[in-house]
Design a protein around this ligand. Structure first.
Ligand code: CA
Ligand code: ZN
Length: 292
């Protein structure tokens, strides 16, 4: 199934036009970059950007069989990148925003497995910035992360990883976009190497268990993910969620699960620049290989 030429600027919108997809089938999403492909050259004047139409997600799709309270398992099978990415910086945006006097656009060619930045060959880490389902509330702008996923900007949501999302509405209404050719943890200037892409995923619905926040696994680790306007609260939620997993899977008390996390768990920034901040807690699969 190919999903293209349909986009949403808020998770939970356009439910009436959702395309039905089946569990197990390969679904390919053609995604625009986070600027909705508006920035066509380094001469682009940022003041002309239509800010009401940024952070598009391709979708939504209605996953047949997904019911409210289930968990949607999303296997990231592949991410194919376009051949040029875009970065920008803007006054008042990002960690260095207070120091920025002039906005700037940079075009970043992507070829032969590298992103070329001022002559540096940066290794690619194709990752999905915006990915999620319709939230419990009516809609949430795609630029904002939350319990439904959204703009988590998590460098670990990449080919080979499996994301687990809460299902708040029958069908889930999944969408994704905002792919980055590469991005550093934290995304300190608010853009990674933003790029159009084709994302291939496979859905499975997990019954009989619910989660409150997104979770993730890759070859090495399991992760809990949390977003909150207050970074310290995001840290608490991600840590508490992982504590719950370790207590359940290892039969540990809270004290012992906490000490184990303090010994081998890695608390990591996803992004610190979006309307809500996102962090993750990573535990090696040698310690615990079940995230659900
Ligand atoms: Ca983003
Ligand atoms: Zn982005």
């Amino acid at each position: 199934m190919v999903i293209k030429d349909m986009c949403m600027f808020a998770m939970g919108e356009n439910k009436e036009s959702a395309v039905k997809v089946r569990q197990g089938e390969i679904v390919e999403f053609y995604t625009h970059d986070c600027f909705n492909d508006q920035i066509t050259s380094e001469d682009y004047v940022m003041d002309t950007l239509d800010w009401d139409h940024i952070n598009p997600a391709t979708g939504p799709v209605f996953v047949v069989g997904a019911k409210k309270g289930d968990v949607l398992k999303v296997e990231i099978l592949d991410i194919e990148l376009a051949d040029e990415g875009t970065m920008c910086c803007l006054p008042e945006n990002g960690v260095l925003g207070p120091d920025i006097t002039d906005s700037q656009v940079k075009k970043v060619p992507v070829k032969d497995g590298k992103a070329i930045f001022n002559g540096f060959e940066l290794p690619l880490n194709p990752m999905i910035g915006v990915i999620g389902v319709a939230p419990a509330a009516a809609t949430v702008a795609c630029g904002t992360p939350g319990t439904h996923g959204g703009n988590m900007d998590n460098t670990k949501i990449t080919k080979g990883a499996t994301l687990y999302l809460p299902v708040f509405h029958d069908g889930a209404y999944f969408g994704c976009g905002d792919v980055h050719a590469c991005m550093g943890d934290g995304e300190i200037m608010v853009s990674g190497v933003e790029i159009a892409a084709k994302v291939s995923v496979k859905f499975t619905v997990i019954k009989g268990t619910s989660i409150e926040n997104p979770r993730l696994e890759d070859a090495e680790n399991i992760y809990t993910i949390a977003s909150h306007a207050d970074l310290e609260k995001a840290i608490y939620i991600a840590t508490k969620d992982m504590c719950g997993i370790l207590q359940k899977e290892l039969g540990y008390t809270l004290n012992e699960a906490g000490m184990l996390m303090s010994a081998v768990g890695n608390l990591q920034f996803c992004q610190v620049v979006d309307p809500e901040r996102t962090v993750r807690m990573a535990i090696p699969k040698t310690i615990c290989n079940k995230v659900i």
